[in-house]
Each structure stands twice: as C-alpha cells, then as structure tokens.
Design a protein. Structure first.
Length: 255
C-alpha cells in the first residue's frame, strides 16, 4: 500500500533528509587514503547523535540477511555495488567508494547515497560516477504528477544503457516515509507509461546502480550483505529521497 504524505509530513521528511545530507558531506570530506571505513561510520554516527536522529540501517534485518546490519552507513568499495559493511579496511589511492546512509528524525526517514573516488581518480571511474548522477537526475526529472513508475525506471535505464553500463536486476529504489522501505518499488529499468501513477504526496528513494563492464551479474559476498559484481568490475551507486508534488520533484536529501 502506498502512503501519500501531507505537505507537513514532507517538510518533516526534509528535516530528516538534511541530516542525511550533512552526514554524507562529512563522510566525503573525511574519506582519504589510509582512513578506515569504521572511522567513516563513527563520523556518520556522530552526525546522527548531534541531530537527535537515529539510524534506520543499524540493526536492520530484511528476510535475505543472515544477521542484522551492524553499522549506520553502507560502505561499498570498488566492485561492491551496495550494502557493504564498514570494517577496518583502510582506503587506498584510487578506490571508488559508494556510501549509503539514512536517518530517522521525528518518526520520518531520509535515505541517500553518493559515489566518489578517494585520492587519484581513474578517468573511467569519473565517467561511471558522472553517468550514475545523470541517471539519477533523469529519474528525478521524471518523478512528476501524471507520470508513472515506469517513466522513472525508463529514464534511469536509458541513461545507463546508452553509456554501456550494466544495471543489476532486482535492485532499485523504493518508497520511503515512516519506514526506510515502503511501497512502491522503483526499478532502474522499465517501460515508459507503465506501472503505478505518480501522485502528489508520494515520496520515493530513487537510486541508480551501475556496473562498469556493461554486465548485470552480481552475487552476495560471504557476509550475506555486500553485493559484488560477478566479473570484478567497478560499480557506482547514487540516491536521493524525492517527494512528488504538484510543483514538481522536491529533493529532500539535497546537499
């Protein structure tokens, strides 16, 4: 069931989204060669505490997970697409890092992700990230009253495929509100004009995931959480929480 949010609720979700934005900005500024992923997780946790917010990630355990998630950020390095668990790994020059983060404030959730290169970037990684951000922008642009979920999916997938990148099947965006994952699902590929109509008050987490090689295959790592590309190629993941309104898309996690 899709819950339509009131304008007041969307304003409250914006406050949660701004906690997310501040945390991701802080993590990106702190990420450097030699910095352990656990240090970035601790920094994000500090932002939550300072805002009086809590983490929808910490302790989260969906049906596929063997254990509750043990951190407040997902930190996915290089061939990890999503759901990477931060550990003692120290970032290396040229690592492609994707960070996903959520905050719950006043009973509402914000959810966003960024991808960036630590240290000296490879041109291929910069192209991958830039395409992911263009796909996200295209998906947001399609999130307007009168369109359908398939229009968002088609906009994202078209940008990714035109650039020659893979799109992992079965993973994409979702509704967000009182809980981190709500209806409706928002695929990263689809047919325009299909799916649920978009209405004022729908709030969606739109999140493209791209695989550099152009192949779509992935597998779960032994930790049961991290999804890695089958061929070892690099991946990027970006995300915003977006409200569908009569005035157009409103990005609640804008940085």
């Amino acid at each position: 069931m899709v819950e339509l949010k009131t304008d007041t609720s969307i304003d409250a979700m914006y406050e949660a989204g701004q906690v997310v934005a501040r945390a991701l900005t802080a993590v990106r500024e702190a990420a450097d060669v030699g910095v352990p992923l656990l240090e970035l997780d601790a920094l994000a946790h500090d932002v939550l505490r300072g805002a009086g917010a809590t983490s929808p990630f910490l302790g989260y355990r969906p049906s596929f997970a063997p254990t509750p998630f043990p951190a407040v950020i997902c930190a996915s390095v290089n061939d990890a697409i999503v759901h990477g668990i931060p550990d003692g790994y120290r970032l290396r020059d040229g690592d492609l890092l994707s960070v996903d983060f959520g905050a719950e404030l006043g009973g509402w959730v914000g959810d966003s992700a960024i991808s960036f290169v630590v240290g000296t970037p490879r041109p291929a990684d910069l192209r991958l990230i830039e395409t992911a951000e263009r796909a996200l922008a295209a998906g947001i642009e399609a999130a307007v009253v009168g369109n359908r979920i398939g229009d968002i999916a088609h906009a994202i997938g078209s940008v990714c495929r035109a650039a020659g990148y893979g799109v992992p099947d079965g993973f994409g965006g979702h509704g967000v509100g009182r809980r981190m994952h709500e209806d409706p699902p928002v695929p990263n590929e689809g047919r325009p004009g299909r799916g649920l109509p978009l209405r004022h008050g729908m709030v969606l987490a739109i999140e493209p995931m791209l695989v550099a090689s152009g192949r779509d295959g992935y597998h779960a790592a032994p930790d049961g959480w991290t999804l890695r590309t089958d061929d070892g190629s690099r991946a990027a993941h970006v995300e915003h929480t977006v409200a569908v309104t009569e005035a157009g898309p409103r990005i609640l996690t804008a940085r």
